[in-house]
Ligand binder design. Structure first.
Ligand code: SF4
Length: 219
């Protein structure tokens, strides 16, 4: 299991903002393959604000939704320069005024860059929280965020976000949760209600697999 921090590569708040925008519906690994050349050509908001969406498309065409993301990045950089003096704001509402930045991205920036007590809910956090029973059959990311924020101590929110994401990415995967390799079985609502099925799977595993954590790490 990797350490509990973002797996995106970045050097400053602007680069993290770009990387998080690019990571929507895309793996961190793919984003990390794309950003070095992009950041070399456009290292700051001022240079990216001069770029057209077509200029940016040339660098990000291999990731998901490159047309939309090119437009968002160009407009985001211009807005940063024109309205925020070229600085990434720390306020969640101001962050959401930037093109391409929704609540999840704003929460990531607020917590990772500015250490604010915010919890970003992506697909992994949403699924894992529901399965474990940290949320009560939540129907939306916002509902999940509100329930988790109520129950997780403020100083643990940032790391809880990474714990849940990494658990979802490496163990409690969407199509097939790896319950036999999971350390949370005694606490997990999903496991309790599917215990007999999960135990049958565990018994059918070869001995070596029972000791080895899952390594398939698709996003
Ligand atoms: S026991 Fe299974 S469902 Fe529950 S958190 Fe672990 S992997 Fe996910």
């Amino acid at each position: 299991m990797p350490s509990a921090q973002t797996e995106l590569h970045y050097k400053d708040p602007f680069q993290l903002l770009v990387a998080v925008i690019l990571s929507a519906q895309c793996t961190d690994k793919r984003v990390n393959m794309t950003t070095p050349a992009l950041f070399q050509a456009y290292p700051d908001p001022q240079s990216m604000a001069q770029a057209t969406p077509d200029d940016l498309f040339a660098y990000i065409h291999s990731i998901s939704y490159p047309h939309n993301k090119s437009k968002h990045l160009a407009a985001m950089a211009r807005t940063l320069v024109e309205q925020f003096g070229g600085n990434v704001p720390s306020d969640i509402d101001q962050l959401q005024q930037l093109p391409g930045v929704g609540r999840k991205t704003a929460n990531v920036i607020a917590s990772v860059v500015f250490n604010k007590p915010a919890l970003a809910v992506d697909t992994h956090v949403f699924r894992v929280a529901n399965r474990i029973g940290l949320t009560n059959n939540s129907k939306s990311p916002l509902q999940t965020e509100r329930e988790l924020v109520k129950h997780i101590p403020e100083d643990k929110l940032a790391i809880a976000h990474h714990w849940l994401i990494l658990h979802g990415r490496y163990v409690c995967q969407a199509r097939k949760p790896h319950c036999p390799q999971c350390g949370l079985t005694t606490l997990c609502k999903y496991f309790k209600s599917n215990e007999s099925k999960c135990q049958q799977k565990q018994e059918s595993l070869p001995q070596e697999n029972k000791r080895t954590k899952s390594k398939d790490s698709k996003d």
